[in-house]
Write a protein that binds this ligand. Sequence first.
Ligand SMILES: Cc1cc2nc3c(=O)[nH]c(=O)nc-3n(C[C@H](O)[C@H](O)[C@H](O)COP(=O)(O)OP(=O)(O)OC[C@H]3O[C@@H](n4cnc5c(N)ncnc54)[C@H](O)[C@@H]3O)c2cc1C
Length: 388
Amino acid sequence: MEKTTCAIAGGGPAGLMLGLLLARAGVEVVVLEKHGDFLRDFRGDTVHPSTLEILDELGLGHRFAGLPQRRAERMTAVTDQEELLVADLTRLRGRHRYIAFVPQWDFLDLLADEARRYPNFTLRMNCEVLGFTGSGLRYRDEQGEEHVLEAVLSVAADGRRSVLREGLPLREFGAPMDVGWFRMPRLASDRTGPFLRVGGGGRLMVAIDRDAYWQMGYVVPKDSPAGDREAVGAAVAELVPWMAGRVGEMGEVSTLRVQVNRLRRWYRPGLLCVGDAAHAMSPVLGVGINLAVQDAVAAANLLWEPLSRGRVATADLAAVQRRRTPATVAIQSLQLLVQRRLIAPALAGRFSAAPLRAMSRLGPLTRPVVTLLAHGVRPEHVRVPERR
Ligand SMILES: Cc1cc2nc3c(=O)[nH]c(=O)nc-3n(C[C@H](O)[C@H](O)[C@H](O)COP(=O)(O)OP(=O)(O)OC[C@H]3O[C@@H](n4cnc5c(N)ncnc54)[C@H](O)[C@@H]3O)c2cc1C
């Protein structure tokens, strides 16, 4: 029987950050990731100042800055009548006054490369976790063979469709929308930076500038298909007329299902849930990755010592939930407010630009909200020592 100290299901932002931090503290850790690489388009790519500071604390700021990225200092919403500045990050305090848009596979590769420097870290790709045995993780490897990895602590960082949180009490909040996700070609002469396009008849289109191309999100009512390339292309041409000439070159459309939920209890003896496995985040405000990273930092800060001693009490796991619940509740509440006040009415054809106009008019007065989004409600800092 294989044994380790901490077995983590899922190599997303939560799983890899936790794996890196524990490995740094000298804890033996194995991360099991079901895919063969991190190269998947549906992952968001907004890295907020909270995460940028954590990367600095880990000495990774310089390498992160070298990744292909776009830095957005301002967020704008474009309606039929006007262009509104809804968030101005240049007014923030601190070193990082922008959101970095980085393809998530580059970010995850960076974390994985850094973690691999520690001999006590193992990342196993193509390994799908099937369940929690009570004392470890059952998983299937690339050859289709099943194994059990015994661990002092198992962690569910396997995202919003976690197979490990089964049986834990879950609260669903719902979302009025799903998202059609596709690429559009980008020309050097295009505007730069992300924008939200709100059109008449309640159509919403998000455009993320990935430098080489536009990553587009077409917001559709819950459980309705985003449509085929032709239908979505027609929506692009109508909402973003300057892209009309290139709809023939757009990529395939995949529909991403949005969920917002939260476990009432994030743990059971020997198992802790973090990131989307504990609280699935809406894409609204682009904060999910950053919250997942903050969960990982908090969990590592609280657990590296018990793990080093080879014994984690249920009270230690409860402490992680206690630490992260206020931040999660606050951010999810804000997401639900935007879903209710802006997105649901827009999808029902009753869009009102008033909240966006208010944000735009309030200017510097919106700094507390922007700070909250950029740094999180309870910023986490790396307290884990480096032990080699
Ligand atoms: C349409 C959409 C767009 C979004 N856009 C953004 C955005 O722009 N910015 C942002 O901050 N947030 C965004 N989010 C939210 C964000 O994606 C999540 O909050 C964030 O990815 C959570 O990180 P995580 O590490 O907890 O989980 P995930 O990122 O979901 O990672 C889970 C990992 O576990 C792996 N895995 C899953 N099941 C298993 C298994 N059984 N065994 C082994 N491995 C497994 C997966 O392959 C994955 O690598 C978006 C969400 C949606 C739905």
